[in-house]
Design a binder for this molecule. Structure first.
Ligand SMILES: Cc1ncc(COP(=O)(O)O)c(C=O)c1O
Length: 231
């Protein structure tokens, strides 16, 4: 690459980097670093449309879905809050087993949603039979689950919990896979869940501040009926 490209000017920053030993952000590759040194394009122009169109099939492969994969110019919390505001009209069940999943409950309440906690001790996973019991007894229309609770490193059995969707078809299953998407195979269409999201800064090894997510057709239809969901 010629030495006067933007990347070459920033190369010393890349080579002097400090290795991050946290779940995320993780180190970005030189290829990613180079891409961030590309000249700006208009975010409403054809160039962006072409770029988004080009990466869409790869995003769909990542999520194992035929649905459109959205990019959010927010960190994962933006999508988490958006999912609650768009999909909860009665009551949400927040499955809680650590710092991030506990925070879903706080976000639900701050969004003015009627929320109930399914709290298990930190270090334990969420179990399908406990979710089943709660859903059977409540008037829930949504649940939130973190697949891999980053704060404790515990992964909950997503396939078993997602299987409950057949029994509770009207409940929107909102799943945070911030620290598991692409580290483990998560087949969105086959699971039959309604929202699956991830931040970019963990297993995707991109910088923080963006999120990727996919919604079921049922979730999009329900969102269209919700009052005061924001823009
Ligand atoms: C499981 C989980 N959910 C949500 C978040 C919040 O993500 P963000 O910082 O991208 O908003 C994190 C961040 O570490 C996380 O690990």
């Amino acid at each position: 690459m010629p030495s006067d490209t933007p990347y070459e000017k920033f190369r010393p920053l890349f080579t002097r980097r400090v290795k991050l030993h946290i779940p995320g952000p993780v180190e970005v590759s030189e290829k990613t670093f180079r891409a961030f040194c590309s000249p700006m394009i208009g975010h409403r122009g054809q160039e962006f449309k072409d770029l988004y169109g080009k990466i869409q099939p790869q995003l769909q492969r990542l999520f194992y879905t035929q649905q459109l994969v959205f990019l959010s110019t927010s960190s994962a919390w933006g999508v988490m809050e958006g999912a609650l505001r768009n999909l909860v009209s009665r009551k949400v069940l927040n499955c809680m087993c650590g710092a991030f999943s506990d925070k879903w409950f706080e976000v639900s309440e701050r969004c003015g949603k009627d929320a109930e906690a399914l709290q298990v001790p930190w270090g334990s996973p969420i179990r399908a039979d406990e979710v089943d019991k709660k859903l059977a007894g409540g008037r829930f229309d949504a649940l939130t689950l973190i697949h891999n609770e980053t704060s404790t490193g515990v992964m909950s059995p997503l396939a078993e919990i997602a299987a409950l969707k057949k029994k509770y078809a009207d409940v929107m299953f909102i799943v945070d896979a911030v620290s598991s998407l692409s580290a483990t195979k998560i087949e969105f269409d086959a699971l039959g869940i309604d929202v699956l999201m991830a931040g970019t800064q963990k297993a995707l090894a991109l910088p923080p501040g963006m999120a990727v997510f996919v919604c079921s057709p049922a979730a999009l239809a329900k969102a269209a009926t919700i009052q005061d969901r924001g823009y």
